[in-house]
Design a binder for this molecule. Structure first.
Ligand code: ADP
Ligand code: MG
Length: 681
C-alpha cells in the first residue's frame, strides 16, 4: 500500500482532534485503517415501484406530493401529519408522527423520497426518513459500520467518504491485469469505493468478490510460504525403500485398493522420501480404509530400516488394529506387536525389550506407548489414529522417541476442507474421499418419539434374526453426569422391555475394566443390546451390530451422528440407523432430513459448518480460525480453494518472484514476516 495511506487521520482536512479521538476508539489510526474498516452490513433504500413493495417491511418510495398536509394534534406534543403522494401513477398516503414542523416544506408539487414501514392494504407508508428531491442513486445502498464509543454512524461515513475521495487514487493495484480479467475482478480502488459506497447491488457483489479473493490470496501466500520455510528447516528422515516392493505388498492385500487409497499412499510416500519431516493429516470417512493405508506406509518405513508405531485412543481399538495388521503382514517378515496399558510384568518387559532391540518392527498401542521406559531402536514413522483424542503434548512425546520421525495423523472426523486448509495451514492434508466398492448402504430413518414402540418391535425382530443393536442416549449439553443418568434410565427401560435379552450399559463413569468387559461381551455376542453414551463413537468394530438407535438425535451435530452411524454397517447384513427426534425449529428438521439423504461425511460436515458454525469443530474461542476482515471461511470456501491453488502456483513459479506486475503482492509477502524468522501473525 502507498506510503501516504499510513498518515494519521488528522492529516485529512475536516477531521479535527476530537473526531480523530473518537474514531481511534474503533482501532482506526491511519487512512489505511479507515479504508479497511469494512461495513458489516448494508441498509437497502432501493427505490421500488409500488407493486413491488412488501407489506410490513421498511421500504423507500419516491414521488410528488399531491395535497397540502393535513395535521391533527393530540395533547401537547403529539401530532399526525398526512399527505398524499403520487408514485408513478399510484396515489399513496404518507403519515408522519410528531413531525408537524415539516409542514412548511411538504408542499404540493414537491418531490420527496420517503423511507418507512409499508402497509400494502391501506397503501400507506409510515415515514421514518424523508429527503427532498428525487432519490440519489448513490445513496440507495448505505453502508452500516460497527461503532462503539462516541463516534456516530454519520461521522464515520463522512470520514470514510473523505478518505476515499482524497486518498482513493493511492490504492495501488496488486493483481496483474490478466488475473483481473480472468476472474472478472474490478480494480482495487474501484472495489474499495464500491464496498463503502455501492451504487448497485451488482457493483457491491463484484467489489466484495475482489476484496475477499485478495484477502484469501494474501492469507494463502503467507501460510504456504511459512509452511515451506518450516519444512525446509527440519531435518527429517529420507526414507529409502524400493517402490516395487511396496507395490508387491499391496498386491498381497485381500482387496484391491481404491483410487483414493492409492492417491493418498503416493502423497505420503513422496513425503517420506524427502529429507524433511512429514507432518500430514489423513482424513477418511469411517470405513474408508485408513488402516490399510497405514499398513502400506508402515511397510515402506520397515523396508527403509525403520520402526513404525500406531497409537490409538482405546485398548479395544489397539487390539483390533493389531489383529488386522498381523493378518495383513502375514506373508511378510514384518513383526507386529501390541503394547497396551493392561499388559503388565514379564509380558510387557518382553515387548519393550524387543522394541528396543529392533526385533519388533511395528508397534500398536494406546498412550502406554509414550511411557518413559518405552524405547525404540529406530523409530521412523509415527501414526496416530483419531488424532483429536490425543493432546498435543502426547503427540510430541511420541514423536520425540525417534529422531525427527515422519508423522501422520489419521482422523475419521471429516473436517470441512475449508477449515482444514485454513486451520491446519501448517499441515499437509490428504483425503480419502471414496469408500471401497460394494458397501451396503445403511438405511437411515428419522422417527418421532411417539413411534418408539414400533422401533422397539423392529429391534426385537432384528435380534431374533441374530443381529445386535446399539442404543445411544440423549446428549445433555455441559453435563456428563446427566448423560450418564440418562443412559442408566434408558438401560432400565430396555431391560424391562426386552426381558429375554441381555442389555449392556456403557458410559464414561465406568472403570476401564468395566468398559472392557461390556465391550468384550458385546463383541462376542453375549450382550444383544448395548445402551451407551457417546463413548462408543470412536472406531469400535462389531460387524454383527446392525441397528443404531439414537435418542434425541437433533441434539447431536451431523458429523457426530455420522460417526455414530458408522458403528453399524460393518458386516454383510443390511444395517439401520434410527434417529429418534422431535426437533423444534426448521434447522433441526432440516438436519434430520439431511441425515436421511446423505451418507457422505464431508457433505455432512460442510452442512454442519453452515448450520451450526465452526464452534462445533474446534470449540469457539480456541477455534484457531483466522480473523478475516471480509472473507468468511464458511461461505467463501470456493474462493479459498481458488486462492489456495493460485498461491501454490505463484510460489512454485518464477513470475511471482521477479515480474514487475507482482511487485505489490511480493512486497506484501515480504513485510508480512512469512519469509523471515518472525512468527506468523
Ligand atoms: P477406517 O479405519 O478408515 O474406518 P478400515 O481401515 O478399518 O477403515 O477399513 C474398514 C474395512 O474395510 C476393513 O474391514 C478393511 O479390511 C476393509 N477395506 C479397506 N480397504 C478396502 C478396499 N480397498 N476394498 C475393500 N475393503 C477394504
Ligand atoms: Mg480406523
Amino acid at each position: 500500500m502507498d506510503e501516504c495511506l499510513e498518515k494519521p487521520l488528522s492529516a485529512m482536512a475536516g477531521i479535527g482532534i476530537e473526531t480523530e479521538r473518537r474514531i481511534q476508539q474503533l482501532g482506526i489510526y491511519t487512512i489505511a485503517d479507515m479504508l479497511n474498516y469494512f461495513p458489516y452490513r448494508y441498509e437497502n433504500h432501493e427505490v421500488l415501484p409500488v407493486e413491488q413493495l412488501r407489506h410490513g417491511e421498511k421500504v423507500t418510495v419516491a414521488g410528488e406530493i399531491q395535497t397540502e398536509p393535513a395535521i391533527r394534534f393530540y395533547g401537547k406534543k403529539k401530532s399526525r401529519l398526512t399527505i398524499r403522494v403520487a408514485v408513478e401513477n399510484i396515489l399513496i398516503t404518507a403519515v408522519f408522527f410528531n413531525r408537524h414542523f415539516l409542514k412548511n416544506r411538504l408542499n404540493r408539487g414537491t418531490a420527496v423520497t420517503l423511507t418507512g414501514k409499508w402497509d400494502k392494504y391501506k397503501l400507506t407508508i409510515t415515514v421514518q426518513d424523508v429527503s427532498f428531491g428525487m432519490p440519489d442513486p448513490t445513496k440507495q445502498i448505505e453502508a452500516v459500520y460497527s461503532i462503539t464509543g462516541k463516534v456516530t454512524m454519520k461521522q464515520l461515513r463522512r470520514a470514510i467518504g473523505m478518505a476515499l475521495d482524497t486518498y482513493g487514487q493511492h490504492l495501488t493495484e496488486t493483481l496483474p491485469e490478466q488475473y483481473r480479467r480472468d476472474y472478472k475482478l474490478p480494480l482495487r480502488r474501484e472495489a474499495y469505493a464500491a464496498i463503502h459506497r455501492p451504487e448497485t447491488k451488482q457493483q457491491l457483489k463484484h467489489a466484495r468478490r475482489r476484496l475477499v479473493y485478495e484477502e484469501l490470496l494474501h492469507f494463502q501466500l503467507k501460510m504456504q510460504l511459512f509452511k515451506r520455510r518450516q519444512r525446509m528447516g527440519t531435518h527429517g528422515i529420507s526414507h529409502a525403500f524400493t517402490e516395487e516392493k511396496v507395490l508387491a505388498f499391496i498386491q498381497t492385500l485381500p482387496f484391491s485398493l481404491t483410487a483414493a487409497q492409492n492417491r493418498v499412499i503416493k502423497e505420503i510416500l513422496d513425503n517420506m522420501k524427502e529429507p524433511f519431516r512429514m507432518n500430514r493429516l489423513l482424513q477418511g470417512d469411517v470405513g474408508s480404509g485408513k488402516t490399510a493405508v497405514a499398513a502400506v506406509v508402515m511397510y515402506a518405513a520397515y523396508l527403509s530400516g525403520f520402526q513404525a508405531s500406531l497409537m490409538v485412543p482405546t485398548e479395544i481399538l489397539a487390539e483390533q488394529h493389531c489383529q488386522a495388521l498381523t493378518e495383513l503382514f502375514q506373508g511378510t517378515e514384518v513383526r507386529v506387536a501390541l503394547l497396551a496399558g493392561s499388559l503388565k510384568g514379564k509380558k510387557r518387559q518382553e515387548v519393550t525389550t524387543a522394541l528396543a532391540s529392533g526385533d519388533i518392527h511395528i508397534i500398536v498401542g494406546t498412550h502406554a506407548l509414550i511411557q518413559d521406559d518405552v524405547v525404540f531402536h529406530r523409530l521412523g514413522l509415527v501414526i496416530t489414529d483419531e488424532q483429536h483424542r490425543f493432546g498435543v503434548e502426547q503427540r510430541r512425546v511420541l514423536r520425540n522417541k525417534g529422531t525427527e520421525p515422519d508423522v501422520l495423523f489419521m482422523t475419521a472426523t471429516p473436517i470441512p476442507r475449508t477449515l482444514a486448509i485454513s486451520v491446519f495451514g501448517d499441515m499437509d492434508v490428504s483425503v480419502i474421499d471414496e469408500l471401497p466398492a460394494g458397501r451396503k448402504q445403511i438405511k437411515t430413518y428419522w422417527v418421532k418419539h411417539q413411534q418408539l414402540e414400533r422401533v422397539l418391535q423392529f429391534i426385537d425382530k432384528e435380534i431374533q434374526s441374530g443381529r445386535q443393536a446399539y442404543v445411544i442416549c440423549p446428549l445433555i449439553e455441559e453435563s456428563e453426569k446427566l448423560d450418564v443418568q440418562n443412559a442408566i434410565d434408558v438401560h432400565a427401560q430396555f431391560q424391562y422391555y426386552f426381558k429375554n435379552y441381555r442389555v449392556g450399559l456403557m458410559h464414561g463413569r465406568l472403570t476401564a475394566d468395566e468398559k472392557e468387559r461390556v465391550m468384550t461381551d458385546f463383541t462376542d455376542g453375549k450382550v444383544h443390546i448395548l445402551v451407551s453414551t457417546t463413548v462408543v463413537e470412536v472406531g469400535v468394530n462389531v460387524p454383527n451390530a446392525a441397528v443404531m438407535l439414537i435418542y434425541d438425535a437433533d441434539r447431536f451435530g451431523l458429523s457426530q451422528l455420522h460417526q455414530l452411524r458408522g458403528r453399524v454397517g460393518r458386516g454383510d447384513h443390511q444395517s439401520y440407523c434410527i434417529l429418534l427426534a422431535d426437533p423444534k425449529g426448521e434447522t433441526g428438521k432440516e438436519r434430520m432430513q439431511i441425515m436421511q439423504e446423505s451418507d457422505d461425511g464431508f457433505v455432512l460436515s460442510e452442512k454442519d459448518l453452515e448450520l451450526r458454525g465452526p464452534g462445533d469443530f474446534f470449540g469457539h474461542k480456541q477455534s484457531g480460525l483466522p480473523d478475516f476482515k471480509i472473507a468468511d471461511v464458511v461461505h467463501d470456501y470456493r474462493a479459498l480453494e481458488t486462492a489456495r491453488k493460485d498461491a501454490s502456483e505463484l510460489i512454485a513459479g518464477k513470475a511471482f518472484w521477479v515480474e514487475e506486475e507482482w511487485a505489490a503482492l511480493r512486497k506484501y509477502v515480504e513485510t508480512s514476516g512469512a519469509l523471515d524468522d518472525r512468527k506468523l501473525d
